[in-house]
Design a protein around this ligand. Sequence first.
Ligand code: ADP
Ligand code: ASP
Ligand code: MG
Length: 438
Amino acid sequence: MNVLKFGGTSVGSAENIKHVAELVMSRGRNIVVLSAMAGVTNTLVEITEYLYRGNKSAAKEVLSQLTAKYMNTIDNLIDDPQLHDEACERVMEHLNIIHNFATDSFTLYEEKEILARGELMSTAMMDCYLRQQGVKSVVLPALDYMRTDKTGEPDSAYIQKNLTKLLQVNPDADIYLTEGYICRNAYGDVDNLQRGGSDYTASLIGAAIRADEIQIWTDIDGMHNNDPRYVEGTEPVRELHFEEAAELAYFGAKILHPTCVLPAKYHNIPVRLLNTMMPDAPGTLIHHTPGDRTIKAVAAKDNITAIKIKSSRMLLAYGFMRKVFEIFESYRTPIDMVVTSEVGVSVTIDSGRNLEPIVDELRKLGSVTIDEDMVIICVVGDLEWSNTGLETMAMNALREIPVRMISYGGSNYNISFLVHKSDKVRALQALSDTLFPK
Ligand code: ADP
Ligand code: ASP
Ligand code: MG
């Protein structure tokens, strides 16, 4: 059995939902994971922001537009009167839940409940449409099996046990449908796997059922060799190693959620990135590829802050690094890049959230310099250190761009460059021109 995940654009209109239905119907008995319609999770976030601020009328205005969008989609999707009414009823139930949360006390609990509605509504609509087409579709409610533990990590044993049970009691379905992104936390409250997390749902399911393949169906033909939102003429990469895909996802290739690769890699389940609108295009296959000594792709991660700590006390001393890292740990702030010299260390973090207290503490160790609005440009490929010339090529591409930090050798798969955000697009373009000439 395969897991097929369809993103927001793929289910973004009645026409697209019909197209996805055709596609999944022709592929046999699989588990289909659905996202919210494109833009809907952003709209739900907007509603929660109004409600946090107590602006109920603005929230209701946005909600009424959302209601019109769904009713219109159902009108265009389902002709059968009974199933049309069922779809309206199921979707309205979710919209009413949002409506009823427009009360005076609005907390994280209500926020999470609201954010979950997009995926629940997509699944309800697809279920009714598939049944209209004569397909025996069975919904596996994500809130009945997808759960995180007390540390916020997916509870794999719980997921596997409960998903298997749900599959066993519905053995004769043509297609299983389930909601991406949403889950319950360790206390049973509705929660989610973070923005873009439907990809993670797909790989967690894939791992739980030991799927033959995890397919991420989206609006582009696989992982491109550079970010198509900033660089023209990017091309799909046909094959990636799990580690290469993980680096690209973590460092900004939006097509894949950063956490999605790990469960698949752990169980050695291939992940295929495919284009819903061009189902026959080969896309990208992510698996354990043998090394091929090439650079595969480039990605960029925004909103990075670089922090340099310089101290003569670091010279020939031990324990200095530990003190630096402990400060970041105590503020639960992950570090992305690290470079060192004998008298200084530079690190990057991707959130300015605890910057002030962190810097205050770091100042006790030495002089501190901050560079904000930076971008990590990540060059990914088979960069095992004996493969000569690859890092030179990447550096040469950036010869005219000021580079604040370079990190190489941390893994066999990446070189990272830190540049200012005003040089991001120029750096991405220069790397494409040099590394992937036409
Ligand atoms: P979905 O809603 O299907 O999950 P996303 O918007 O999350 O889709 O991801 C697909 C988008 O990722 C593409 O439309 C593209 O703009 C963006 N993207 C960023 N970097 C890359 C890349 N290297 N290759 C392909 N797509 C990328
Ligand atoms: N709908 C959610 C989001 O927009 C999850 C996803 O699409 O993967 O973040
Ligand atoms: Mg996505």
